[in-house]
Ligand binder design. Sequence first.
Ligand code: NAD
Length: 379
Amino acid sequence: MPKKIRLGILGGGGDSLIGVLHRVASHINDNYQIVGAVFNPDFEQNMAFAKEIDIPTDRIYKDFDTLIEEEMKLPKDERIQVCSVLTPNFLHFPMAKKLLENGFHVICEKPMTTTLEEAKILEETHKKAGTVFALTHTYTGYPMVRQMREMIKAGALGKIHKVDARYYQGWINPIIHDKEKRSSVWRLDPKKAGISSCMGDIGVHAFNLVEYTTGLEVKSLLCDFNYLYDDNQMDVDGTVLIRMGEHVKGVIRGSQVATGEENGLAIAIYGEKASFRWEQEKPNFLYMMSDTEPTKVYKPGHAYNSEFSLDGTKLPAGHPEGIFDSMANIYLGAARAIRGEEQNDGAFPTMRDGVRGMNFIEATVESHKNGNTWVDLED
Ligand SMILES: NC(=O)c1ccc[n+]([C@@H]2O[C@H](COP(=O)([O-])OP(=O)(O)OC[C@H]3O[C@@H](n4cnc5c(N)ncnc54)[C@H](O)[C@@H]3O)[C@@H](O)[C@H]2O)c1
């Protein structure tokens, strides 16, 4: 049995949304042990949280720079091997860059950076570093999403001609309609969140899912945003027309003001032979539709699924696979890559997905600002 991989955590403190998902996911396949962290910029809260979750406090650092400095003094076989970057968006780039420059592997939250330029710099840094970089587009870890990808790759839908992906939430309603609140949260502050709220936070997940499942790339897009209030600088809703080829078109829809919606990520992919429909809130059901046969429902854990999909299930069919399992599959992929083991293509989203994602976000903003014009994405 190989030793556990020594994991460091940046952000993801007791006050955070996403920290628990990463901590649990990193433990699910018994690959990682958290050995160091800066959970929080406030040292007292940082230490208190480490104690609360029973992590030795000798490697809980006052800030990120100190973590790098002190860890680099340790022998290589004691040092943190991989760091998860779970901080607000604007810190992803400086943290990931410095980690890569110092030889650490990185697991990074999305959006990867705040600009395409930063994404490209990070890509170059990563090439030089040669370490593993995994981007946590969580939804790619679901067994039924992996099944969709494998079946599409094998030609089950025939030629794809239409894609419709949406990510609808309503959580920002109580914030956006309150003048004081909408000017104080980090997610609506361009300095901390980047140039886009809705597309940067959730539209980019839908975009990633489109490219991940179809194996096709978005070539150009046209976007229309809704900011709702004149003093709000960030989109909270948007509709994006996409072209993935001359006869492959579709739409990506995102909203943070879709009242009553929770995590309504859904994708439909229509091909000449058949189509897929999948919803994040019911992730264990993958619907395959055709014009000539009754609808089929694929479910995780059955032998009829691809090896890649089955690799992401741990219990017999009928035990629901959820968001923790999905993120755990990404951590599993990263662990295998860190250990230099062979594995399926698509085991975790990569630097390429991060650069594509930033290209998408910037293009949506540019399209909207230009008066809803078509904008090409880079190759
Ligand atoms: N993959 C997903 O599905 C998903 C879901 C939610 C959030 N996210 C991403 O995760 C990131 C964090 O989101 P969140 O909702 O947890 O944010 P949050 O505001 O709830 O938590 C951020 C955490 O970072 C800590 N932090 C802030 N500055 C820090 C610093 N300088 N050093 C160390 N820690 C610091 C805060 O104390 C807090 O614990 C964002 O980039 C977001 O886009 C991804």
